[in-house]
Design a protein around this ligand. Structure first.
Ligand SMILES: NC(=O)C1=CN([C@@H]2O[C@H](COP(=O)(O)OP(=O)(O)OC[C@H]3O[C@@H](n4cnc5c(N)ncnc54)[C@H](O)[C@@H]3O)[C@@H](O)[C@H]2O)[C@H](O)CC1
Ligand SMILES: [K+]
Length: 495
């Protein structure tokens, strides 16, 4: 899949994600701008039918309709497919006479039978359209809806979901009884639940259809959440020009631990490949021979006492620092991290250096006053931040509390800024679940920070580049492969 090239035409407006509430506001503003709800629903159902016709040859279709507008979209889909000559049946949760407004109007155009929803209606269907619940789901699926979808998921018949697989919460990606679809057709913009797990996995392929919502409604809504994509940060990605020298590309410093020395070395290679002009690992003197014998362009700087390390930081040569990979969870790491943060220069706190604050999370908040990125995985996050709420909400709250950009890692990494902006990343392949990949990630972000990119852009770009590098390699990936995959990713980004 040539993701880099085909997606590079997107603009950041197209990467915007809307909450369920914002989507309802988009509908209201569309109506105010002269596009009726009836028309929006007609376009939505027609878009679903169109995608079905693009993906499958005609076959017996069963449309499962719910009591709200998602069900209304389902009636339109049924109508359009039937007009095109497909054999279509409709089953409904509740009565079509309880439908309201445009859903009721569209249901009236369906002249065929409406069967009562139950697992028995699945008999004979070769394609199922799930139009039970979309954005309006407010409580867990139960009774006929739950049983029918569960029975459908036990068979081999493909399920196409309208807006979201019923049971997936649009704002959080949480599942209240959803079953996997092979295709989900949503409208105008994705919602966070299409990208956050388990929602993303339950959606299958996601298609965003234009249903006539005027683009200007986005300006009024001013979305704060985005899907990670180069359109968000490519213009700010540092690039060497003819008057660049190595010093103007920044100098990254990494705290090198002992005895676990590989982590800092991998981070250093990530920083250097991300374009840092100079990269230095500062190491306790005892570890100097270990580091020095295996590094070439990356410099090694020994220090004897914590005071020596402090003096190193107070020199003006370094443009960004990282502590965490292989650092050890102890008082020294806590002290070195505080010393880095006290300079106010761009700092990344990762891994052991996050855990070092577990007994005193407030000290982290008090110390952060310059550009700072924290890169916890779930367990590290829970040691210093509030574990309650969905991933997007938790990451935003953490960033707001501590004043740093927080990167909460995983298959659905969330990057949040203290001002409320957030990005969800979806390009990370599962091959990244191997030792040391987090060290390379913090190194890549460091390399970008060292060149003067902002903390939020460095974090977003670093996470995306890391995922693209892993995708470039495929199966059998080791963390140490990642830095050397970056040149190919950059080449394609710039082509
Ligand atoms: N711009 C757009 O995205 C458009 C989307 N459209 C479609 O409209 C739905 C949202 O419609 P809404 O009526 O708000 O919600 P639902 O259809 O999901 O149903 C709400 C309905 O169901 C009840 N309910 C909620 N949860 C449960 C439950 N677990 N069990 C039983 N009943 C439940 C709730 O009380 C309501 O009565 C969106 O997803 C799109 O598909 C428009 O058609 C066009 C514009
Ligand atoms: K649905």
């Amino acid at each position: 899949m040539n993701m880099l090239i085909s997606e590079s035409v997107l603009t950041n407006r197209q990467c915007a994600l809307l909450t369920v509430g914002q989507m309802a506001e988009a509908d209201r503003r569309s109506v105010a701008a002269g596009v009726s709800s009836f028309e929006l629903m007609a376009n939505a159902g027609a878009a679903v039918a169109h995608e079905i016709e693009c993906h499958w040859t005609p076959r017996p279709v069963l449309v499962l309709c719910g009591p709200g507008n998602n069900g209304g979209d389902g009636f339109v889909t049924a109508h359009v497919l039937a007009e095109a000559g497909w054999p279509v049946r409709v089953a409904m949760l509740g009565s079509r006479f309880s439908l309201k407004d445009e859903a009721r109007q569209h249901a009236q155009r369906w002249v065929g039978e409406v069967e009562a929803l139950s697992p028995e209606v699945l008999e004979g269907a070769e394609l199922i359209v799930d139009a039970l619940f979309g954005a309006g789901l407010s409580r867990p699926l139960q009774d006929q809806a739950l049983e029918t979808l569960a029975a459908a998921s036990h068979g081999t018949v493909p399920i196409v979901a309208i807006d979201t697989p019923s049971g997936v919460m649009g704002d959080s990606g949480e599942s209240l009884g959803a079953v996997p679809a092979v295709l989900t057709v949503t409208f105008f913009r994705k919602k966070p639940g299409h990208l956050l797990l388990p929602g993303r996995d339950l959606c299958g392929e996601v298609i965003v259809a234009d249903i006539g919502t005027p683009k200007a409604v986005l300006d009024a809504i001013a979305p704060q959440t985005y899907e990670n994509h180069p359109a968000l940060w490519l213009a700010n990605l540092p690039r060497a020009t003819s008057d660049t020298d190595k010093h103007s590309r920044g100098h990254a410093l990494i705290f090198g631990g002992y005895p676990m020395t590989g982590a800092a070395r991998m981070a250093a290679r990530g920083a250097a490949r991300a374009g840092s002009g100079l990269t230095t690992i500062a190491v306790p003197e005892i570890a100097f021979p270990i580091y020095a014998t295996v590094l070439d362009s990356i410099m090694v700087r020994p220090w004897l006492t914590p005071e020596d390390f402090g003096h190193l930081l107070n020199g003006s040569r370094f443009s960004a620092w990282l502590i965490g990979p292989g650092a050890g969870v102890d008082k020294e790491t806590f002290g070195h991290a505080l010393a880095m943060l006290a300079t106010g220069r761009p700092t990344i706190i990762d891994a052991d250096a996050i855990t070092a604050f577990q007994d005193e999370p407030g000290a982290l908040d008090r110390a952060i006053h310059g550009p700072c990125v924290l890169t916890p995985h779930e367990s590290e996050f829970r040691r210093v931040f509030d574990p309650f709420g969905d991933k997007l909400t938790r990451t935003r709250a953490a960033a707001r509390r501590c004043g740093a950009v927080v990167v909460l890692k995983g298959s659905d990494t969330v990057i949040a800024a203290p001002d409320g902006r957030a990005i969800i990343n979806a390009n990370a392949p599962p091959t990244l679940a191997t030792a040391g990949t987090g060290d390379v990630l913090s190194g890549i972000i460091l390399g970008l920070l060292a060149q003067g990119m902002s903390a939020f852009d460095s974090a977003a770009a670093g996470v995306w580049l890391h995922g693209a590098a892993a995708a470039e390699f495929g199966p059998g990936l080791l963390a140490e492969d990642l830095p050397d995959l970056l040149p190919a990713v950059f080449r394609r980004l710039y082509s």
